[in-house]
Design a binder for this molecule. Structure first.
Ligand SMILES: [Zn+2]
Ligand SMILES: [Zn+2]
Length: 327
């Protein structure tokens, strides 16, 4: 099978011909149809996340069909269409797992980082990590598996909010805005200053206000979600939310947060992060998405062009989501 391999941190991906992987106990092999390209893939490639399982196939928004079952797999059959997200394995026995917070399992393993990913014609995944998918084009479904699901978790952790701020208007934001608007919330979008193209995109999706991340919104917000990996936005977001409001940091990696006066946190403002996803988040969001309906703005890129897609994402010039088309 063809696969794009990360052989060493910081290096470009290389196209390789590999033997078809065999599913182990409790695993399935998946013929990949599409795999989303995520900012986290860049963080893995650049060494921002420790100890990736090199040589590695990146990619954790996998849509495909089960084409072989390992020993002991129940509930899945050859031909089933499944999605595999970032959370690829959790122990199922620790305190976090037993409370339904497998996103915090200390033994959790992640797809396209510690487990093989989807920048390939086939991959293997634990049957437990294979999610049922709604109908639709694999290219359009792929971004729902990370940007969508983690955005959904961030939204649920932001609490009740009529006025929701979103800092960083990329993949997750464009999906989440559709959900938030459908729920009747007003969305305030913050982009890079003077990024007119992204601002026009946010307006098109029905945001009530659009501005630069250096601007103050016209009204106090009830909550804000940060999808931008920039720590200096945290005090700005705290300053933009009303007393009792929540600021959720949704990025897996963020630059240092500068010190800020206690006054910004005072009055019961809450600052929190969101880590990964739970199986329940994924199931809830994938069931909700067709009802909204959430439509991912996507551009399909051939698997062989994964390296160019990563570079484009790093340059910040992508509107919506890039998805690798396989086969
Ligand atoms: Zn991701
Ligand atoms: Zn666990």
């Amino acid at each position: 099978m063809r696969a794009l391999i990360l052989e060493a941190i910081g290096e470009p991906l290389r196209a390789r011909e590999l033997p078809l992987p065999e599913p182990g106990p409790g695993q399935v092999r998946i013929a990949v149809r599409a795999c989303g390209v995520c900012r986290t893939d860049l963080h893995v490639r650049d060494g921002d996340l420790p100890d990736p399982a090199l040589p590695l196939v990146l990619g954790h928004q996998i849509v495909g069909e089960v084409d072989a079952l390992g020993p002991g797999v129940e509930g899945l059959a050859v031909g089933d269409r499944v999605g595999v997200p970032w959370l690829g394995r959790a122990c199922g026995r620790c305190r976090a797992c037993l409370r339904g917070r497998e996103n915090l399992c200390p033994d959790a393993r992640f797809t396209g980082y510690q487990l093989p990913g989807g920048y390939a014609e086939a991959t293997v995944a634990d049957a437990a990590a294979c999610l049922p998918l709604p109908e639709g084009d694999p290219i359009e479904l792929a971004p729902l598996l990370c940007a969508g699901v983690i955005g959904w978790r961030a939204l649920t952790l932001a609490g009740e909010s009529e006025r929701l701020g979103i800092y960083g208007f990329g993949q997750a934001a464009h999906l989440l805005t559709q959900v938030a608007r459908w729920q009747g919330r007003e969305v305030f979008a913050f982009t890079r200053p003077a990024d007119r193209r992204t601002q026009a995109f946010a307006r098109e999706l029905g945001c009530a206000w659009v501005g630069g991340s250096d601007e103050r919104p016209p009204v106090e917000l009830d909550a804000a979600i940060l999808f931008a990996p920039a720590g200096e936005l945290v005090p700005r977001a705290l300053a933009a939310v009303a007393p009792g409001g929540t600021v959720v940091c949704a990025e897996i990696h963020m630059s240092d947060i500068p010190s800020f006066p206690y006054e910004l946190l005072w009055q019961e403002r809450v600052l929190r992060s969101v880590a990964n996803l739970t199986w329940a988040d994924a199931q809830a969001f994938l069931a909700l998405a067709p009802r909204v309906p959430v439509r991912a703005r996507v551009r399909a890129v051939p698997l062989e062009h994964a390296e160019e897609a990563l570079r484009e994402l790093a340059a910040g010039s992508v509107e919506g989501a890039l998805v690798l088309q396989v086969g």
